[in-house]
Design a protein around this ligand. Structure first.
Ligand SMILES: C[S@@+](CC[C@H](N)C(=O)[O-])C[C@H]1O[C@@H](n2cnc3c(N)ncnc32)[C@H](O)[C@@H]1O
Length: 407
C-alpha cells in the first residue's frame, strides 16, 4: 500500500503533493544492480535470501537438464531395477549398457536430484572395511525416485513428456505461431475441431494412446476426489469425457451401490467397454458414445462429473459442455463436479500458468482456469451454489461443485 499522500503547504493557496513511493520500481532497480547483490551477500542476515534467489533462478535455467535426468532414469528403467533393493553400481551399469563416463554422469545427476542415493552394501555382502573403501559401490532409490518407482502413472507421464519437450524446443516460434504443427496436436486428436464435431471421425487407433495415458494417470486424480467428496448421497453418476472409465472404476469400487454412466467419443467408449468388462465392472455401467458438441448428454444421473475435460477447450466450447450437462440434470435437478488442475492454486501457481499454459498452447486448445473463472462459466451456464472443495493435493487436482435446479 502506498503511504497516504501528505499535503505540504507551500505558499498561500498552493499545495505540494509528493508522488506516492513506487516500491516495485525501487525493488526492480535494486535487484537488477550487481552492487546491491554484492552488498546482500556480504551481510550475514541477507545472505540466505540472496542465496535462495540465486538458486531459484539457477533452477529455472537448469530445469530442462533436470527433466532429462528424470526422463533418462525412467526410460532406462533405473527405478524399476532398484525397487527390490540397492544394487551394486557395476552390475547396474552393465544392465543399463552405459559406458563408464555416461553411467557416472547419470548416477551423480540422479543422486544430486534425490532420485537415487549412494548406499552402503547390504549387511553381510561385504565387510565394513571394504564398505568404507568403496562408499559409492551401491545405489538405491532416493526420496523422489522411490515415489516414481511406486507409481506407474508418474513414469507414464514422464515418458509422454518426450513429445512435450520436442514441441517446446523453440518456445518463441510456438508463441509467434501457436497454430504450428506439434506432436501434442496429433496426440490429442480430439482437439482438432473437425474431429470432435464429427463424433465418428476418430478411430480406435487415434484415441488409444491418449486414453491409455489418461487411464494410467487417473488413479492420482481419483484418489484426491474420493478423499474430498462423498458420493454416497447420490444415486447415479454420469462421467462426461470419462475416457476408458478409470475414474468410474475407482468410484465404483468405493461406492458399490452407485449407478454409473460413461459418455465419451464412440471410439473411446468402445475401449472403455472392453476395459471395464475385463475388470468385472461392465454390468454396473451404461455406455454412451457421442460428442459433447453434436449429441445431448444422456439423462438419468443426479451427479455429473467432468474430470480433466474443460481445460482442453475454449470458453465457448466449455459453455456448450456445461449447458449440455445442465440440460441432462434438468429433469430432477442435480450436482456437477469439476475436477481438474486450476490456475492460481495457492502454492502451485507455476503448475497452472507456467506448465499447463505452455502445454495447452502446444496442444492448440484450452487453458487452465482459476476457480473464479470456472465459477463464472458455471453461473453463465445456469448453475447455482458454486463452491470449491479442498483437496489434499491441489497440485494434482482442484475440485468444484455446482447445483443445477430442476427445470
Ligand atoms: C484429458 S481426457 C480426460 C479423460 C478422463 N476424464 C480422465 O481424467 O482420465 C479428455 C476426455 O474427453 C474426451 N472428449 C474430448 N472431446 C470430446 C467430445 N467432443 N465429446 C465427448 N468426449 C470428448 C476425450 O476422448 C477424453 O477421453
Amino acid at each position: 500500500m502506498y503511504p497516504p499522500r501528505a499535503r505540504i503547504k507551500l505558499s498561500a493557496g498552493r499545495r505540494f503533493i509528493p508522488k506516492p513511493m513506487d516500491w516495485s520500481a525501487l525493488r526492480d532497480r535494486l535487484l537488477a544492480s550487481p552492487r546491491f547483490h554484492r552488498w546482500m551477500l556480504a551481510i550475514p542476515g541477507l545472505r540466505s535470501i540472496a542465496r535462495l534467489q540465486s538458486r531459484r533462478l539457477f533452477d529455472l535455467v537448469a530445469g530442462f537438464s533436470y527433466s532429462q535426468v528424470l526422463l533418462s532414469c525412467v526410460e532406462l528403467k533405473v527405478f524399476e531395477k532398484l525397487v527390490a533393493g540397492p544394487r551394486r553400481a557395476d552390475q547396474l551399469q552393465q544392465e543399463l549398457g552405459l559406458n563408464d563416463r555416461s553411467f557416472d554422469v547419470l548416477m551423480r545427476a540422479a543422486v544430486a536430484l534425490e532420485l537415487l542415493e549412494w548406499r552402503t552394501a547390504p549387511s553381510g555382502e561385504i565387510s565394513a572395511a571394504e564398505a568404507t573403501k568403496e562408499p559409492q559401490a551401491y545405489l538405491g532409490l532416493g526420496m523422489l525416485g522411490a515415489v516414481v518407482a511406486g507409481n506407474k502413472a508418474i513414469a507414464a507421464m514422464v515418458m509422454h513428456h518426450k513429445s512435450v519437450y520436442q514441441d517446446l524446443d523453440d518456445p518463441v516460434a510456438l508463441l509467434r505461431d501457436p497454430s504450428k504443427t506439434t506432436q501434442l496436436r496429433e496426440y490429442w486428436a480430439y482437439t482438432r475441431e473437425s474431429m470432435a464435431d464429427n463424433r465418428q471421425a476418430l478411430t480406435l487407433q487415434q484415441v488409444s494412446d491418449y486414453s491409455e495415458l489418461m487411464a494410467a494417470s487417473q488413479p492420482l486424480v481419483a484418489e484426491q476426489v474420493l478423499a474430498a467428496y462423498d458420493f454416497s448421497k447420490h444415486r447415479c453418476l454420469l462421467d462426461m469425457g470419462g475416457g476408458q472409465g478409470a475414474f468410474l472404476a475407482a468410484v465404483a469400487k468405493a461406492y458399490p451401490k452407485l449407478r454409473l454412466m460413461l459418455f465419451d467419443l464412440p471410439a473411446v467408449v468402445q475401449k472403455a467397454r472392453s476395459v471395464l468388462a475385463d475388470q468385472g465392472l461392465g454390468g454396473r455401467m451404461s455406455f454412451h458414445g457421442g460428442s459433447f458438441f453434436s449429441d445431448p448428454a444422456p439423462t438419468g444421473a443426479d451427479l455429473i462429473s467432468l474430470v480433466r475435460v474443460l481445460y482442453d477447450h475454449s470458453d465457448e466450447r466449455v459453455m456448450t459442455i456445461l449447458k449440455s450437462a445442465r440440460r441432462a440434470l434438468s429433469a430432477q435437478g442435480g450436482w456437477l463436479l469439476l475436477a481438474e488442475p486450476m490456475s492460481g492454486t495457492p502454492g502451485a501457481e507455476a503448475m497452472g500458468d507456467a506448465y499447463f499454459g505452455l502445454y495447452l498452447l502446444a496442444m492448440g486448445k484450452g487453458r487452465a482456469r482459476t476457480s473464479q473463472e470456472l465459477g463464472r462459466l458455471l453461473a453463465a451456464a445456469g448453475f447455482q451454489r458454486v463452491e470449491s472443495i479442498a483437496t489434499r493435493l491441489p497440485l494434482q487436482t482442484g475440485l468444484m461443485r455446482a447445483y443445477a435446479a430442476p427445470g
